[in-house]
Write a protein that binds this ligand. Structure first.
Ligand SMILES: Cc1cc2nc3c(=O)[nH]c(=O)nc-3n(C[C@H](O)[C@H](O)[C@H](O)COP(=O)(O)OP(=O)(O)OC[C@H]3O[C@@H](n4cnc5c(N)ncnc54)[C@H](O)[C@@H]3O)c2cc1C
Length: 442
């Protein structure tokens, strides 16, 4: 019987698997070609929220030994797929380089970043992670070692595009070759402004995001009446070189982010959001922040997901086109009025999406809300949220997902069949499987 219990960051649907540590490409080939009936899946650091990195009753590959990082003089990084983004950021710093895309945590692997095609606060300017990949080494279930990238052609190009955002189901990525971004300094000069309504937040972001590399808004999804969606917009870019660029990292960030374990409920969430809004400056310009303060404040808080207690948390993240921006307000009203308190709600703008059929970002808005798994009627509340997203021609994000239906997924990702064609070609026996792929019949 498989002996390791694995879950996603949301801790909602754990399952057991045999975890096998691989140390080389040959080990991955051996694991794939000798796969048992319940199949094989690569796992990074388990920072996807739902069941994407689990394989109940099967094998899960731990690639953390594949963590070498080599930074070339041309700014191209060659790294094992198990390398952790935080270590890549450290390795790039002496070269005046930064990762082209960073999600809200630095505790992800490069393999996980490719498989989810992660986005950061600069999507409107720089696109998603896969847009900066030069080449991948990918091992398919027949044991073939492939090198594929955006300059491949024919079936290899289709395979590359299906792997970026493909949630580990089109091959095990063992190496990632990535173009890093030259920056004048690691520190970020940040402008912050507190705005009293959702309209004001959206107007600020629509009208000024073009002037900033990075932009994000924390919004209050619990406020009563017209204050719903008020928020704090932070926008910035890397600071010029010089002494200011060497701003020292604080030891730990004291975010009032997590109440004691099990104490996330509508009252604590409401109080937290109120306090967070009031604590923000009405307006502050050109504040120097470290990489960790600006990009990864939650990493300083540790296992804050445990504050949600044994039922865990579900994140609902959607992307909707600009023409349907009104649905953001409807979603917030829906969550608030259904008694689903979102502790942390984030709004960002997306630039155009890419050519990868399962990549999540598309031009417009993206809203992410964190909801306690113990919320009464949560499944129904989330199904209704999906309906609103679908009516708006939008989609939800597989890296955050734990419960979307196969029918909704098909409607959200119109190029699903194109992706399935590649999956059928590279893995006709469905050796690569996850709890998510079983749930969604992928
Ligand atoms: C606090 C927090 C903030 C976040 N913020 C953002 C954000 O701003 N933007 C964003 O896009 N995401 C964000 N995420 C989600 C996170 O970036 C993604 O889920 C990412 O995929 C996690 O990487 P991981 O290494 O932990 O992968 P895992 O969660 O372990 O796996 C995710 C998927 O990748 C596959 N995979 C992993 N390694 C490989 C490999 N070597 N080869 C093939 N497939 C592989 C797995 O099979 C699985 O399907 C956030 C998550 C957290 C917890």
């Amino acid at each position: 019987m498989p002996d390791t219990v694995l879950s996603g960051w949301g801790r909602t649907a754990p399952s057991r698997a045999d975890v096998v540590a691989v140390r080389s490409t040959d080990d991955v080939v051996a694991a794939l070609t000798s796969a048992g009936q319940r199949g094989v899946l690569a796992r990074g650091l388990g920072r996807s929220y739902g069941d994407a990195a689990q394989n109940a009753g099967g094998t899960v590959l731990d690639l953390s030994s594949l963590g070498t990082i080599d930074v070339g003089s041309d700014g191209v990084v060659r790294a094992g797929a198990g390398a952790v983004l935080a270590d890549v950021i450290d390795a790039l710093e002496p070269h005046g380089l930064f990762v082209p895309v960073s999600p809200g945590t630095s505790r992800v692997t490069l393999g996980g970043a490719v498989a989810a095609d992660v986005h950061g606060k600069n999507h409107h300017r720089d696109g998603s992670f896969g847009d900066h990949v030069v080449e991948l080494e990918v091992i398919t279930p027949d044991g073939a070692v492939q090198r594929i990238g955006p300059s491949s052609s024919g079936e290899d190009l289709a395979h590359f595009r299906a792997t970026v955002g493909g949630m580990g189901l089109t091959g095990v990525v063992t190496e990632v070759v990535l173009r890093a971004m030259p920056v004048p300094s690691q520190a970020v000069l940040v402008d912050t402004c507190q705005l009293g309504s959702l309209d004001a937040v959206m107007e600020r972001m629509s009208s000024t995001d073009d002037g900033y590399r990075y932009s994000v808004a924390w919004i209050d999804a619990t406020a009563p009446g017209a204050a719903l969606g008020r928020g704090v917009v932070t926008q910035g870019d890397h600071a010029p070189a010089g002494p200011s660029g060497g701003v020292a990292a604080p030891p730990r960030i004291a975010l009032p982010i997590a109440p004691p374990v099990g104490l996330v409920n509508r009252w604590t969430v409401r109080a937290f959001n109120e306090a967070w809004f009031r604590k923000a400056p009405a307006s502050r310009d050109a504040e120097l922040q470290t990489v960790r303060q600006f990009f990864h404040p939650l990493d300083g808080v540790g296992a804050w997901n445990r504050a949600y207690g044994p039922r865990g948390l579900v994140q609902h993240q959607c992307a909707v086109p600009d023409s349907e921006s009104a649905v953001i307000a409807r979603l917030l009203e829906h969550f608030r009025d259904s008694g689903a308190p979102s502790f942390l709600s984030v709004l960002k703008r997306f630039g155009p999406g890419n050519d990868c059929p399962l990549s999540f970002p598309r031009a417009g808005w993206t809203l992410a809300v964190d909801l306690p798994g113990a919320t009464p009627g949560l499944a129904r509340i989330l199904d209704r949220a999906d309906e609103l997203v679908l009516e708006a021609g939008g989609r939800t994000y597989l890296a955050k997902d734990a419960r979307v239906s196969p029918e909704a997924l098909r409607a959200m990702y119109p190029r699903l069949d194109e992706w399935l064609e590649v999956r059928e070609r590279v893995d006709p026996r469905r050796v690569l499987v996850s709890d998510l792929s079983r749930r969604l019949s992928l």
